[in-house]
Design a protein around this ligand. Structure first.
Ligand SMILES: *Cc1c(COP(=O)(O)O)cnc(C)c1O
Ligand SMILES: [Zn+2]
Length: 378
């Protein structure tokens, strides 16, 4: 990008070469002068834009902030996050039947999900705009991440969870990190409506994936995948497969590919698990990379969770949707045998211990003696 094009009536609104653009009408806004999550004019989703972006490959340092030149700050509120492993899974690779399969395990972030990458940027923005209360609606991992990063920044954190629908590990995290947890009598959408109302009234700073700054942190997943895969395999992957909730992560990966790596042809394939708020940002990504989206069954997800566990990679159920989806697309012939594929696993096994126990083997009761144990093993 060589020059800034501002919308009418917002002269010189860039702060340090960073601004927000409405993806529907193109109106631009100063990113830090006022708190806003959507376009004042048309209500469209906002996206972070930069006057200058670094050259691909021109990065130093570690984790998310290795890519600071492609982010709105030099450094964020950090624990630190990113630098997650890109596992080889030879048995699964053979079982699924692709040329190369790698697992980018985002469960290895500080609070056990990729949400940390977004929060390190999002909570930094909250500091910058000077709010004192952070809030999110969550099915679990967003609240765990927000609670930890809010605590790190010394800010008050409010999380709205749908009653009885959040896995034990995630509630435990939000609780111990000191979030004010509200169990709402309703589903996730009810929680999101309420938290958006609170944000609109200035009661709290909204850190759901509607917040465009979170996606900036999350786009570093794509950068890490490309750098790691290229270093270890000597080429870029042909396809990235990931689970979708609100499609924030899908949008973030697409933004990464679009901004920094024009020469990379990688397809984005999304496994839909919900009703995505960020669909207007994510769908063009799936289309323009010649990707696809499929739905997978709970049984297929459990099978994939076991397959990953057999390779020593422990993931929560939603995470395994990527592998379940890849298997399905292979069987349908959408993915070819000669493809190099990266599946994203988004959260750690311990997030949902109940699901893990259900998918795993039952312990055998034995007597408290060596003889009894030997008898049992025989
Ligand atoms: C948040 C989350 C998702 C969905 O991500 P979106 O950006 O909402 O599409 C998938 N898996 C896990 C484990 C998550 O925490
Ligand atoms: Zn607009």
């Amino acid at each position: 990008m060589s020059h800034l094009e501002f919308g009418s009536g917002v002269p010189g609104c860039a702060t340090d070469g960073v601004w927000l653009t409405c993806i529907e009408c193109g109106e631009t806004f100063d990113p830090f002068a006022a708190v806003r999550y959507t376009c004042d004019d048309c209500g469209g989703l906002l996206e972070v834009r930069y006057a200058d972006l670094p050259t691909w490959g021109d990065f130093g340092g570690r984790g998310v902030w290795r890519y600071a030149d492609a982010l709105p700050f030099e450094v964020g509120v950090t624990l630190p996050e990113g630098d997650t492993p890109l596992h080889e899974v030879p048995r699964l690779e053979e079982g699924v039947g692709v040329d190369r399969l790698r697992i980018k395990h985002e469960g290895m972030n500080p609070t056990g999900s990729f949400k940390d990458r977004g929060m390190t940027v999002g909570v930094r923005v909250a500091e910058r705009v000077g709010v004192d209360r952070l809030a999110c609606a969550s099915t679990g991992n967003t609240s765990a991440a927000l609670a930890a990063y809010g605590a790190r920044a010394g800010l008050e954190t409010l999380v709205l969870l749908p009653q009885g629908k959040v896995a034990a590990g995630k509630v435990a995290q939000a609780s111990l990190h000191g979030a004010h947890i509200l169990e709402v009598d309703g589903n996730f959408d009810t929680c999101l409506d309420i938290v958006q109302d609170l944000a609109a009234r200035g009661e709290a700073y909204l850190l759901n994936s509607l917040n465009p700054f979170r996606l900036e942190g999350q786009k570093t997943i794509g950068l890490e995948i490309l750098e790691q895969f290229r270093r270890e395999e000597g080429a870029y992957p042909d396809r990235v497969v990931l689970p979708v909730g609100n499609a924030g992560n899908t949008a973030a990966l697409y933004k990464c590919f679009r901004e920094l790596v024009d020469d990379v042809e990688t397809r984005a394939t999304a496994i839909r698990i919900g009703n995505p708020v960020n669909a207007p940002k994510a769908l063009p990504g799936i289309r323009e990379t010649d990707g696809t989206a499929v739905a997978v069954s709970d049984d297929a997800i459990t099978r994939a969770q076991r397959d990953l566990a057999e390779e020593g990679v422990g993931v929560e159920p939603a995470s395994a949707a990527s592998v379940a989806g890849l298997r399905k697309l292979r069987e349908e012939g959408v993915v070819d045998t000669d493809e190099r594929v990266v599946c994203l696993t988004t959260g750690h096994l311990l997030k949902d211990p109940d699901a893990a126990v259900e998918a795993g083997a039952e312990p055998d009761p034995v007597p408290g003696s060596t003889g009894g144990v030997l008898d049992h093993l025989a």
